[in-house]
Design a protein around this ligand. Structure first.
Ligand SMILES: [Zn+2]
Length: 292
């Protein structure tokens, strides 16, 4: 993606009346364009997300991409050392993942999505230092976009409600299908049926494996992928860190990787086209940084 000049604005006054004026030399990122604002008469540079970082954006985004898709932070550190003679600590890798995940998440939550009518919701247990946390996830069948997710310490109707609110944040389906989890019916009643005055009604479909012998294959392939990745997620130890790393997995699914059946990136299928190039994390961070 080529950065669009219309995204640039003055850091001091948000004005768009500026000139290109010289460069600032940096240690790790070469020369950076400086601008002069004609409104407030001050100089500024653009923070493309990597301002004052001690490593090259390419190293950082490669680390994030590989960490989230399959490599532990320690293995990533070793790869960098072996192939690029580049020394970073595994803690830096984790810090990068968390820092940029938060930034990108904030930006993509503000985009408009075109989603279908059938959502599939499921929850999975996450073993965090012997405690069984829950990761709730809702998928739109048409686009395979993860519409919303929720991280909690237990499964009950209150947490199910919190999850469902997030699940319909990007689109309003005709129905949401869940498994026979006991906490869902009450959560659906509370959210979609007790408010009789013009309230949003979303049908609750229950896929009961015990009676139908049919698994929820649609969403299970996505969940398998997530479960596979979580197994060696070492940064999942701390409660503050775990939800952020799960967010990174969701971004990877929605914005970075082509879905195996549709051969398209779910966010693009949902009409969110940010014109990201080959290095999608890099462009996503840039576009998020310039637009936050
Ligand atoms: Zn200005």
């Amino acid at each position: 993606m080529y950065l669009n000049i219309s995204m640039i604005k003055c850091k001091h006054c948000s004005g768009k009346n500026f000139l290109k004026k010289g460069f600032r030399k940096t240690d790790n990122r070469g020369k950076i364009q400086k601008y002069f604002c004609k409104d407030c008469k001050r100089f500024f540079t653009n923070d493309d997300g990597f301002y004052r970082m001690r490593n090259k954006p390419e190293i950082i985004t490669m680390s994030i991409d590989m960490y989230v898709s399959n490599l532990s932070s320690r293995k990533m550190r070793n790869q960098l050392k072996r192939h690029l003679s580049h020394k970073v600590s595994h803690v830096s890798v984790l810090d990068w993942v968390r820092r940029y995940t938060l930034k990108v998440h904030k930006f993509i939550e503000r985009q408009g999505y075109n989603l279908g009518n059938s959502f599939y919701a499921d929850e999975t247990m996450i073993n965090r230092e012997g405690k069984l946390d829950r990761f709730w996830c809702c998928l739109d069948w048409d686009t395979r976009l993860i519409t919303g997710f929720h991280y909690s310490l237990s499964a009950n109707p209150i947490e199910a409600q919190e999850f469902l609110k997030k699940a319909i944040n990007k689109g309003k389906p005709k129905y949401i299908q869940t498994d026979a989890g006991v906490f869902y019916p009450r959560a659906f009643r509370k959210l979609f049926y007790s408010n009789k005055i013009g309230g949003l009604v979303i049908e609750h479909k229950i896929q009961n494996y015990q009676t139908t012998r049919v698994h929820n294959y649609r969403i299970e392939t996505v969940f398998m992928k997530i479960k596979d990745r979580v197994i060696d997620f070492r940064g999942l130890k701390a409660l503050w860190s775990a939800p952020i790393l799960m967010t990174a997995i969701v971004i990877q699914h929605n914005f970075i990787e082509n879905h195996s059946t549709t051969d398209e990136v779910p966010s693009e299928r949902a009409g969110v086209n940010l014109e990201l190039g080959e290095n999608r994390w890099l462009d996503l961070i840039k576009v998020a940084s310039l637009n936050l």
